[in-house]
Write a protein that binds this ligand. Structure first.
Ligand SMILES: Nc1ncnc2c1ncn2[C@@H]1O[C@H](COP(=O)(O)OP(=O)(O)OP(=O)(O)O)[C@@H](O)[C@H]1O
Length: 258
């Protein structure tokens, strides 16, 4: 079943046309990585999907329903959640309260249902023992976990991750990967923008490359990374040749998934 279907989406900021016309379909349960140079329009694409940005034209459907006219809150109720490049917890609240706010105001849950959703999100993300700690007391990895907990407390069907792995050590990235894979395996479709290509392609089943608001490659990560234009325009600027080879060799998604 198709969870997301975008047809000929256009988005400009004033005269700056960031997405000239983009079509993308995602099946329920897929794990899709999104890469592309700075300014390619990746975050804008997420904003258009989540409803923070209104597309100038084009269609967007979720599970067969036209959501073009819905705002971000209504889309969250339908099951779209996103994280931000810079985690945005409420620092004055506890870890638990942060997830409860998401369950209540994001998903529109009430009472026991909201509390259970918040608790389940903390359990899933390994934060239950820190539930009563202030969000401002968390380490960077724990903040990333909280960002994920706040997203899954809304019980999403489609989870948009915007560079959640930045700033972590390799070991921490490994922990985060395991968590994201397990969220995906619980049935949540994942779309993940990440500059850490090696981490992304170790778990993504599909890789979409964006450049100047257009999809320039889309397919199995290993094959996409082998496309010369992708290597040159993206990997080339980011990685040395040997590193690029290592990334391509790693793509296949079987190390963390086991
Ligand atoms: N809210 C906004 N208002 C005006 N211009 C914006 C806004 N958000 C993004 N832009 C512009 O749109 C273009 C695409 O930005 P966007 O953040 O979507 O790209 P990106 O691929 O996510 O980049 P990065 O990898 O650097 O995060 C850039 O030129 C940026 O300056």
């Amino acid at each position: 079943m198709m969870i997301l279907e975008m047809g000929d989406i256009r988005k400009a900021y004033g005269k700056n046309v960031v997405i000239p016309g983009l079509s993308l379909t995602v099946n329920e349960g897929e794990f899709v990585g999104v890469i592309g140079p700075n300014g390619a329009g990746k975050s804008t694409l997420f904003g258009v999907i989540s409803g923070e940005h209104v597309a100038d034209s084009g269609s967007i459907q979720m599970a067969g329903e036209d959501i073009s006219g819905l705002d971000a809150a209504a889309r969250c109720h339908r099951g779209i959640a996103r994280t931000f490049q810079i985690p945005q917890p409420f620092l004055g609240l506890s870890v638990y309260e942060n997830t409860l706010v998401s369950a209540t105001f994001g998903a529109g849950l009430h009472g026991d249902e909201a509390r259970e959703s918040a608790r389940a999100a903390l359990l899933k993300t390994g934060l239950l023992k820190l539930a009563n700690n202030g969000a401002d007391s968390l380490t960077l990895l724990q903040r990333k976990r909280l960002e994920l907990a706040r997203a899954i407390a809304t019980q999403p069907r489609l989870l948009l991750l915007d560079e959640v792995a930045g700033g972590l050590t390799d070991a921490e990235v490994g922990e985060l990967l395991e968590l994201i894979v397990s969220i995906n395996q619980s049935g949540v479709t994942v779309l993940w923008i990440e500059h850490l290509v090696h981490a992304l392609v170790s778990v993504a089943e599909r890789l979409v490359v964006l450049a100047e608001g257009r999809i320039v490659a889309d397919g199995i990560p290993k094959e996409v990374l082998d496309v010369p234009a992708v290597r040159e325009t993206y990997l080339g600027s980011d990685l040395e040749d040997e590193e690029a080879d290592a990334v391509v060799a790693q793509a296949g998604g079987d190390d963390v998934r086991g």
